[in-house]
Design a protein around this ligand. Structure first.
Ligand code: SF4
Ligand code: MG
Length: 326
Protein backbone atom coordinates (compact mmCIF):
# COMPACT_ATOMS: atom_id res chain seq x y z
CA UNK A 1 0.00 0.00 0.00
CA UNK A 2 1.36 3.47 -0.83
CA UNK A 3 1.82 6.07 1.86
CA UNK A 4 -1.34 8.08 2.43
CA UNK A 5 0.62 11.33 2.30
CA UNK A 6 4.11 12.39 1.31
CA UNK A 7 5.10 16.04 1.55
CA UNK A 8 8.58 16.97 0.35
CA UNK A 9 10.11 20.37 0.98
CA UNK A 10 6.79 22.15 0.80
CA UNK A 11 7.01 25.92 0.42
CA UNK A 12 4.04 28.29 0.41
CA UNK A 13 4.73 31.98 0.21
CA UNK A 14 1.92 34.52 0.02
CA UNK A 15 3.80 37.46 -1.43
CA UNK A 16 6.44 38.29 1.18
CA UNK A 17 4.81 36.08 3.84
CA UNK A 18 6.73 32.85 4.21
CA UNK A 19 3.82 30.83 5.62
CA UNK A 20 5.40 27.42 4.94
CA UNK A 21 9.15 27.17 4.38
CA UNK A 22 10.40 23.68 3.62
CA UNK A 23 8.16 21.13 5.34
CA UNK A 24 8.63 17.39 4.76
CA UNK A 25 6.25 14.87 6.26
CA UNK A 26 5.13 11.30 5.50
CA UNK A 27 2.00 9.57 6.80
CA UNK A 28 1.73 5.83 6.21
CA UNK A 29 -1.63 4.25 5.43
CA UNK A 30 -3.88 4.14 8.47
CA UNK A 31 -1.64 6.29 10.67
CA UNK A 32 -2.47 9.53 12.47
CA UNK A 33 0.01 12.40 12.56
CA UNK A 34 -0.75 15.46 14.64
CA UNK A 35 0.64 18.69 13.19
CA UNK A 36 0.99 20.97 16.20
CA UNK A 37 1.83 24.64 16.40
CA UNK A 38 0.59 28.02 17.51
CA UNK A 39 -1.79 30.00 15.37
CA UNK A 40 0.31 31.63 12.64
CA UNK A 41 2.79 28.74 12.45
CA UNK A 42 1.59 27.78 8.95
CA UNK A 43 0.03 24.46 9.90
CA UNK A 44 -3.36 25.20 8.32
CA UNK A 45 -1.59 26.27 5.14
CA UNK A 46 0.07 22.85 4.97
CA UNK A 47 -3.40 21.25 5.15
CA UNK A 48 -4.72 23.57 2.46
CA UNK A 49 -1.83 22.68 0.15
CA UNK A 50 -2.50 18.98 0.70
CA UNK A 51 -6.14 19.26 -0.40
CA UNK A 52 -5.00 21.73 -3.08
CA UNK A 53 -7.15 24.63 -1.94
CA UNK A 54 -3.95 26.51 -2.72
CA UNK A 55 -1.17 25.56 -5.11
CA UNK A 56 2.18 25.43 -3.31
CA UNK A 57 5.02 27.74 -4.28
CA UNK A 58 7.44 24.79 -4.35
CA UNK A 59 7.77 21.22 -3.16
CA UNK A 60 5.84 18.03 -3.76
CA UNK A 61 2.56 16.67 -2.37
CA UNK A 62 1.76 13.02 -3.03
CA UNK A 63 -1.54 11.51 -1.99
CA UNK A 64 -1.85 7.74 -2.07
CA UNK A 65 1.26 7.68 -4.25
CA UNK A 66 0.04 10.25 -6.81
CA UNK A 67 1.82 13.57 -7.24
CA UNK A 68 -1.03 16.10 -7.01
CA UNK A 69 1.16 19.18 -6.59
CA UNK A 70 0.38 20.86 -9.87
CA UNK A 71 -2.71 19.07 -11.14
CA UNK A 72 -5.48 21.28 -12.50
CA UNK A 73 -8.98 21.10 -11.05
CA UNK A 74 -10.03 18.70 -13.78
CA UNK A 75 -6.94 16.54 -13.41
CA UNK A 76 -7.52 16.40 -9.67
CA UNK A 77 -11.02 14.99 -10.00
CA UNK A 78 -10.13 11.27 -10.11
CA UNK A 79 -7.98 11.78 -6.99
CA UNK A 80 -10.57 13.75 -5.02
CA UNK A 81 -11.87 10.64 -3.31
CA UNK A 82 -8.48 9.94 -1.76
CA UNK A 83 -8.42 12.96 0.55
CA UNK A 84 -10.98 15.02 2.49
CA UNK A 85 -10.81 17.91 4.90
CA UNK A 86 -12.78 18.90 7.98
CA UNK A 87 -12.48 22.60 8.78
CA UNK A 88 -12.44 24.37 12.10
CA UNK A 89 -15.78 26.10 11.81
CA UNK A 90 -18.71 24.01 10.52
CA UNK A 91 -20.95 27.12 10.40
CA UNK A 92 -18.66 28.62 7.75
CA UNK A 93 -17.88 25.45 5.81
CA UNK A 94 -21.44 24.12 5.33
CA UNK A 95 -23.59 25.71 2.61
CA UNK A 96 -26.64 27.12 4.48
CA UNK A 97 -28.90 26.67 1.43
CA UNK A 98 -28.29 22.97 1.14
CA UNK A 99 -30.05 20.20 3.04
CA UNK A 100 -27.80 18.10 5.23
CA UNK A 101 -28.46 15.10 2.99
CA UNK A 102 -27.25 17.04 -0.05
CA UNK A 103 -24.20 18.28 1.83
CA UNK A 104 -23.14 14.82 2.90
CA UNK A 105 -23.69 13.41 -0.60
CA UNK A 106 -21.93 16.30 -2.36
CA UNK A 107 -18.44 14.73 -2.54
CA UNK A 108 -19.95 11.85 -4.53
CA UNK A 109 -21.17 14.32 -7.14
CA UNK A 110 -17.91 16.27 -7.15
CA UNK A 111 -16.03 13.08 -7.85
CA UNK A 112 -17.81 13.10 -11.20
CA UNK A 113 -20.55 10.61 -10.47
CA UNK A 114 -24.23 11.43 -10.74
CA UNK A 115 -26.02 9.92 -7.80
CA UNK A 116 -29.75 9.29 -8.17
CA UNK A 117 -31.82 10.57 -5.28
CA UNK A 118 -32.80 7.18 -3.91
CA UNK A 119 -29.21 5.98 -3.96
CA UNK A 120 -28.14 9.24 -2.34
CA UNK A 121 -30.52 8.76 0.55
CA UNK A 122 -29.40 5.17 0.91
CA UNK A 123 -25.77 6.26 1.07
CA UNK A 124 -26.33 9.21 3.40
CA UNK A 125 -28.34 7.51 6.15
CA UNK A 126 -25.56 5.15 7.30
CA UNK A 127 -23.07 8.04 7.11
CA UNK A 128 -25.18 10.08 9.49
CA UNK A 129 -25.61 7.14 11.83
CA UNK A 130 -21.87 6.54 11.77
CA UNK A 131 -21.30 10.04 13.19
CA UNK A 132 -24.02 9.69 15.81
CA UNK A 133 -26.84 11.55 14.00
CA UNK A 134 -30.30 10.25 13.14
CA UNK A 135 -31.10 9.64 9.47
CA UNK A 136 -33.91 12.25 9.57
CA UNK A 137 -31.29 14.99 10.02
CA UNK A 138 -30.74 14.61 6.25
CA UNK A 139 -33.90 16.70 5.68
CA UNK A 140 -32.79 19.59 7.89
CA UNK A 141 -30.70 22.66 7.13
CA UNK A 142 -27.37 23.30 8.90
CA UNK A 143 -28.77 26.25 10.88
CA UNK A 144 -31.30 23.95 12.50
CA UNK A 145 -28.48 21.98 14.12
CA UNK A 146 -26.15 22.69 17.02
CA UNK A 147 -22.45 23.42 16.45
CA UNK A 148 -21.48 19.90 17.50
CA UNK A 149 -24.10 18.36 15.20
CA UNK A 150 -22.90 20.52 12.33
CA UNK A 151 -19.33 19.35 12.83
CA UNK A 152 -20.62 15.76 12.79
CA UNK A 153 -22.21 16.56 9.43
CA UNK A 154 -18.83 17.89 8.19
CA UNK A 155 -17.19 14.67 9.30
CA UNK A 156 -19.87 12.56 7.58
CA UNK A 157 -19.34 14.55 4.39
CA UNK A 158 -15.57 14.15 4.62
CA UNK A 159 -15.83 10.38 5.02
CA UNK A 160 -18.59 9.59 2.51
CA UNK A 161 -16.09 8.94 -0.28
CA UNK A 162 -14.06 6.60 1.97
CA UNK A 163 -10.87 8.69 1.68
CA UNK A 164 -7.47 7.19 2.36
CA UNK A 165 -6.51 10.44 4.13
CA UNK A 166 -8.47 12.87 6.28
CA UNK A 167 -7.19 16.36 7.02
CA UNK A 168 -8.76 17.61 10.27
CA UNK A 169 -7.91 21.30 10.74
CA UNK A 170 -8.64 22.25 14.36
CA UNK A 171 -11.92 20.29 14.11
CA UNK A 172 -13.05 21.07 17.65
CA UNK A 173 -11.66 24.51 18.44
CA UNK A 174 -14.70 26.45 17.19
CA UNK A 175 -17.07 24.28 19.24
CA UNK A 176 -18.45 24.75 22.74
CA UNK A 177 -16.03 23.33 25.25
CA UNK A 178 -18.80 20.98 26.41
CA UNK A 179 -18.92 19.16 23.07
CA UNK A 180 -15.25 19.27 22.10
CA UNK A 181 -14.36 15.98 23.78
CA UNK A 182 -17.26 14.09 22.21
CA UNK A 183 -16.32 15.21 18.69
CA UNK A 184 -12.68 14.35 19.35
CA UNK A 185 -13.71 10.91 20.63
CA UNK A 186 -15.92 10.42 17.59
CA UNK A 187 -12.99 11.13 15.28
CA UNK A 188 -10.77 8.75 17.23
CA UNK A 189 -13.42 5.99 17.13
CA UNK A 190 -14.03 6.45 13.40
CA UNK A 191 -10.32 6.38 12.70
CA UNK A 192 -9.92 3.13 14.61
CA UNK A 193 -12.95 1.51 12.96
CA UNK A 194 -12.39 2.68 9.38
CA UNK A 195 -8.61 2.96 9.42
CA UNK A 196 -8.14 6.11 7.31
CA UNK A 197 -4.90 8.00 7.72
CA UNK A 198 -5.22 11.43 9.31
CA UNK A 199 -3.34 14.70 9.47
CA UNK A 200 -4.73 16.22 12.64
CA UNK A 201 -3.93 19.93 12.78
CA UNK A 202 -4.12 21.50 16.23
CA UNK A 203 -2.64 24.17 18.49
CA UNK A 204 -3.27 21.97 21.49
CA UNK A 205 -0.71 19.25 22.18
CA UNK A 206 -2.80 17.73 24.95
CA UNK A 207 -5.67 17.09 22.49
CA UNK A 208 -3.53 14.62 20.57
CA UNK A 209 -2.28 12.52 23.45
CA UNK A 210 -4.75 9.71 22.79
CA UNK A 211 -5.32 10.23 19.09
CA UNK A 212 -1.99 10.57 17.29
CA UNK A 213 0.55 7.88 16.40
CA UNK A 214 3.10 10.53 15.48
CA UNK A 215 3.56 14.22 16.18
CA UNK A 216 5.13 16.94 14.03
CA UNK A 217 5.76 20.30 15.69
CA UNK A 218 5.70 23.40 13.52
CA UNK A 219 7.19 26.80 14.27
CA UNK A 220 7.13 29.80 11.92
CA UNK A 221 6.68 27.79 8.74
CA UNK A 222 9.09 24.97 9.56
CA UNK A 223 9.05 21.66 11.42
CA UNK A 224 11.24 21.77 14.53
CA UNK A 225 10.55 18.24 15.78
CA UNK A 226 9.02 14.98 14.59
CA UNK A 227 8.57 11.72 16.44
CA UNK A 228 6.27 9.07 17.83
CA UNK A 229 3.64 10.29 20.29
CA UNK A 230 5.23 8.16 23.01
CA UNK A 231 8.68 9.63 22.49
CA UNK A 232 7.50 13.24 22.16
CA UNK A 233 5.45 13.09 25.36
CA UNK A 234 8.12 11.20 27.30
CA UNK A 235 11.26 12.89 25.95
CA UNK A 236 10.56 16.03 23.92
CA UNK A 237 13.92 17.10 22.47
CA UNK A 238 13.30 20.56 21.03
CA UNK A 239 13.01 23.50 23.45
CA UNK A 240 9.83 24.64 21.68
CA UNK A 241 8.15 21.25 22.09
CA UNK A 242 9.20 21.24 25.73
CA UNK A 243 7.70 24.69 26.20
CA UNK A 244 4.42 23.63 24.52
CA UNK A 245 4.18 20.62 26.79
CA UNK A 246 4.94 22.73 29.85
CA UNK A 247 2.17 25.11 28.80
CA UNK A 248 -0.54 22.47 28.39
CA UNK A 249 -0.31 19.73 30.97
CA UNK A 250 -3.94 19.85 32.13
CA UNK A 251 -6.69 17.67 30.71
CA UNK A 252 -9.43 20.20 31.43
CA UNK A 253 -9.79 22.38 28.32
CA UNK A 254 -11.36 25.29 30.22
CA UNK A 255 -8.48 25.63 32.63
CA UNK A 256 -6.07 25.07 29.81
CA UNK A 257 -7.33 27.98 27.81
CA UNK A 258 -6.95 30.32 30.77
CA UNK A 259 -3.47 29.13 31.45
CA UNK A 260 -0.65 31.25 30.09
CA UNK A 261 2.23 29.46 28.42
CA UNK A 262 4.90 30.56 30.89
CA UNK A 263 7.85 29.74 28.67
CA UNK A 264 6.33 31.28 25.55
CA UNK A 265 5.70 34.77 26.86
CA UNK A 266 6.30 36.73 23.69
CA UNK A 267 4.17 36.63 20.59
CA UNK A 268 5.15 34.60 17.58
CA UNK A 269 7.52 36.67 15.39
CA UNK A 270 6.23 37.65 11.95
CA UNK A 271 6.55 35.22 9.06
CA UNK A 272 7.34 38.31 6.98
CA UNK A 273 10.78 38.54 8.50
CA UNK A 274 11.61 35.41 10.51
CA UNK A 275 14.64 35.56 12.85
CA UNK A 276 18.00 34.54 11.36
CA UNK A 277 19.58 31.24 12.31
CA UNK A 278 17.11 29.34 14.51
CA UNK A 279 13.67 30.88 14.10
CA UNK A 280 12.81 30.04 17.71
CA UNK A 281 15.78 31.93 19.15
CA UNK A 282 13.85 35.10 20.08
CA UNK A 283 11.76 33.07 22.53
CA UNK A 284 14.14 30.27 23.42
CA UNK A 285 15.40 30.35 27.04
CA UNK A 286 18.50 28.40 25.94
CA UNK A 287 19.52 30.54 22.94
CA UNK A 288 23.23 31.30 22.54
CA UNK A 289 25.45 33.04 19.95
CA UNK A 290 25.39 30.34 17.30
CA UNK A 291 21.57 30.31 17.27
CA UNK A 292 21.50 33.73 15.57
CA UNK A 293 23.97 32.87 12.83
CA UNK A 294 23.50 29.20 12.01
CA UNK A 295 20.34 27.37 10.98
CA UNK A 296 20.18 24.25 13.16
CA UNK A 297 20.30 21.00 11.21
CA UNK A 298 17.78 18.24 11.78
CA UNK A 299 19.26 15.78 14.26
CA UNK A 300 17.76 12.32 13.63
CA UNK A 301 16.02 10.78 16.64
CA UNK A 302 14.66 7.31 15.88
CA UNK A 303 12.22 7.77 12.98
CA UNK A 304 11.96 11.48 13.74
CA UNK A 305 14.18 14.47 14.31
CA UNK A 306 14.71 17.69 16.21
CA UNK A 307 16.24 20.85 14.73
CA UNK A 308 18.26 22.44 17.55
CA UNK A 309 21.99 23.02 18.08
CA UNK A 310 21.78 21.58 21.59
CA UNK A 311 20.18 18.24 20.68
CA UNK A 312 22.72 15.40 20.71
CA UNK A 313 22.78 12.60 18.12
CA UNK A 314 21.18 10.25 20.66
CA UNK A 315 18.26 12.64 21.05
CA UNK A 316 19.27 13.93 24.45
CA UNK A 317 19.84 17.56 25.34
CA UNK A 318 18.81 20.18 27.86
CA UNK A 319 15.15 20.55 28.90
CA UNK A 320 13.79 24.07 29.25
CA UNK A 321 11.31 22.79 31.83
CA UNK A 322 14.11 21.99 34.25
CA UNK A 323 16.91 24.24 32.98
CA UNK A 324 18.04 27.04 35.26
CA UNK A 325 17.27 30.33 33.52
CA UNK A 326 20.43 32.44 33.87
FE1 SF4 B 1 17.04 27.39 21.21
FE2 SF4 B 1 19.29 27.65 19.83
FE3 SF4 B 1 18.09 25.27 19.99
FE4 SF4 B 1 17.05 27.26 18.55
S1 SF4 B 1 18.98 26.21 18.17
S2 SF4 B 1 15.97 25.91 19.92
S3 SF4 B 1 17.54 29.03 19.82
S4 SF4 B 1 19.01 26.44 21.67
MG1 MG C 1 -5.36 27.64 11.55
Amino acid sequence: QPNALEIEDLVMHFGPVRAVDGVSLTIAAGRVTALVGESGSGKSTVGRCVVRLVEPTAGVVRIAGTDVTHLSRRQLRPHRDAVSIVFQDPAASLDPRMLVGEIVAEPLRLAGRRVPRREREARVAPQLERVGLRAEVARRYPHELSGGQRQRVSIARALVSEPMLLIADEPTSALDVSVQASVLNLLADLQRDIGFACLFITHDLSAVEYLADDIAVMYLGQLVEKGSRERIFARPAHPYTQALLAAAPVADPVRQRQRQPVLLGDDLPSALDPPSGCRFRTRCPLAFDRCATEVPRQVPIGDGMAACHLVQPDGTGPDVRTADPS
